[in-house]
Design a protein around this ligand. Structure first.
Ligand SMILES: [Zn+2]
Ligand SMILES: [Zn+2]
Length: 156
């Protein structure tokens, strides 16, 4: 072997040693990175689990609310099918107890829709019931939207 070759060989070995050193250094770094990654992954998974739990809880609430709504709707439908409860007949006004005026029929006032309760009254008496300033609250036992829903169900 020539001197030149020897020198080259020595240089090569030095280079390889350096490479190994750097590889060891890198492999020492990796576990630390992996540990961090694993820790943050566990954290991520825990968060995901929590999110899933919240999602399921929300879903449950929605289902309960839907069931409650369905119950109300089916009970409303049943109410619509039933005959209305009439407080009086068309011969005397429920409010003033007077007969209808000539050529006029008493009008039907809904006291409530679910169940359907009706009273027959004069036009003027009906105005009194619905007086915006001073309504006769005992004769208005329905909530806003009941009337719309009632006729919607009836027309189904
Ligand atoms: Zn009347
Ligand atoms: Zn009315």
């Amino acid at each position: 072997m020539t001197k030149k070759n020897n020198k080259l060989n020595w240089k090569n070995q030095k280079r390889i040693k350096k490479k190994i050193k750097s590889e060891i250094k890198n492999s020492e770094k990796k576990p630390a990175t992996l540990q961090t990654l694993e820790a943050s992954w566990r954290e991520f998974e825990a968060k995901q689990e929590q999110k899933e739990k919240i999602r399921q809880e929300k879903q449950k609430q929605i289902e309960i609310e839907n069931q409650r709504q369905e119950k109300i709707e089916s009970s409303e439908k049943n109410h619509v099918k039933l005959k209305p409860i009439r407080f009086n007949k068309r011969d005397f006004c429920f409010l003033c107890k007077q007969p209808p005026e000539d050529d006029f029929e008493l009008i039907k006032h809904h006291v409530s829709y679910f169940p359907e309760k009706v009273a027959y009254v004069h036009f003027d008496c009906h105005m009194k019931i619905h007086d915006p300033e001073n309504p006769i609250k005992d004769l208005i036992q329905f909530k806003e939207g009941d009337s719309r829903r009632f006729y919607e169900i009836q027309n189904e």
